[in-house]
Design a protein around this ligand. Structure first.
Ligand code: PLP
Length: 377
């Protein structure tokens, strides 16, 4: 089996599992307890907070652990919205559902306007007009790296603009963390989301990173954990795993990125030699590990299933959105025709992938292309 779906999730690193196991076994103390076992768990969380903080170049107090990226973005958007009796919402057009849906829900619940940032055909967003900013407070969301196309954004100018005007910017950096250098300050964000399972850590744990100046309301109540912003007994083993995964991702970032980029180039070169392939956002700055393309004559989901039968695991777009036969909303926002968008599949590479797997994948694609042509004749 060849796994090419690392933007959906990654395998758990063996070193992460090893670090987690004691906290699923003998170190079971509640981190809020005063006794020795409790203090052991508290110490482990403190260490993990430092490791996660280092990945995004912030102080440990700026890290709020959550149950994952989805919860972190919901908390940010909800928490920021409570600061205003009236505000406007503005969002990128290709946000992950964990941002797009809470933004749309807030607009509905609060009765606030929701606008979308202008986007290029390469999937990169631009600032709204100057006039837009003059009409009152704005809460904005713009992702750092897109999960489908891998397109990289520069949210900083938007963040700076909003900072000067008393507005707020939330950045979803779930796909960027651990794949490109990521420094919280350079994103311009007031709040930023990351998630453990995209960086070889466990599922069900993530973090919201806060600007030290930002004060906001919780979304749930019931304890003082995580500075009262995410109450409830902590997922100690998960947080420990996230910490180690973050430390390893930071230490190994350059080698992981270089390896992914070399495989991406190999795959792109091979795809360019196949007829009927359209590479999406080919000219835009992209994550080193992500390639999205459409294959003429194939529907994306049918192609995913055909490749699965041949032993290749990948997605037809965002894994969370799969299950329907709708064209990818990300590609539609970029102006890709519906037929082509419906045929898109995504390869997302990881550290365990090797050059011979890419060769085998290209060979299989060639075979499927031949079969599809013969069907059509
Ligand atoms: N944001 C992006 C860009 C993602 O790709 C994902 C997961 O696919 C998420 C957020 C959600 O993160 P989690 O699975 O930790 O809730």
């Amino acid at each position: 089996m060849v796994y090419l779906d690392h933007n959906a999730t990654t395998p758990l690193d063996a070193r992460v599992l090893e670090a987690m196991l004691p906290y699923l076994g003998r170190f079971y103390g509640n981190p809020s307890a005063l006794h020795r076992l409790g203090r052991l768990s508290r110490g482990a969380i403190d260490r993990a907070r430092e490791q996660v903080a280092a990945l995004v170049a912030v102080r440990p107090e700026q890290v709020i652990f959550t149950s994952g990226g989805t919860e972190a973005s919901n908390l940010a958007l909800w928490g920021l919205s409570q600061k205003f009796s009236s505000a406007r919402l503005v969002s990128g057009q290709t946000e992950h559902p964990s941002v797009a849906e809470p933004v749309a829900a807030l607009a509905k619940i609060k009765g606030w306007s929701l606008d979308y940032l202008p986007i290029s055909s390469g999937g990169v967003h631009a600032l709204p007009s100057d006039e837009y900013f003059s009409k009152g407070p704005v809460i904005a969301a713009l992702m750092k790296a897109n999960n489908e196309t891998g397109v990289l954004e520069d949210p900083r100018p938007l963040g700076e603009r909003l900072r000067a005007l008393g507005g707020f910017l939330h950045v979803d950096a779930v796909q960027a963390a651990g794949k490109i250098p990521l420094d919280f300050a350079s994103t311009g964000a007031h709040t930023l989301t990351i998630s453990a399972h995209k960086i070889r850590g466990p599922k069900g744990v993530g973090a919201l990173i806060l600007d030290p100046e930002v004060r906001m309301s919780p979304m749930t109540w019931g304890g003082g954990q995580e500075r009262g912003l995410r109450p409830g007994t902590e997922n100690v083993a998960g947080i420990v795993g996230f910490g180690i995964a973050a430390e390893l991702a930071k230490k190994e970032l350059e080698t992981r990125a270089a390896q992914a980029l070399s495989l991406r180039y190999q795959l792109e070169q091979g795809l360019s030699e196949l007829s009927g392939v359209t590479l999406h956002a080919a000219e835009s700055p992209r994550l080193p590990n992500t390639i999205q393309f459409s294959f003429e004559g194939w529907d994306g989901e049918a192609l995913v299933m055909a490749l699965d039968r041949e032993g290749f695991q990948l997605s037809s777009g965002s894994a969370c959105a799969s299950g329907g036969n709708e064209p990818s909303p990300v590609l539609m926002a970029m102006g890709v025709p519906a037929d082509l968008a419906r045929g898109a599949i995504r390869v997302s590479l990881g550290v365990e992938n090797e050059a011979h797997e890419i060769d085998a994948f290209l060979k299989t694609l060639k075979g499927l292309s031949r079969a599809s042509h013969e069907r059509q004749e």
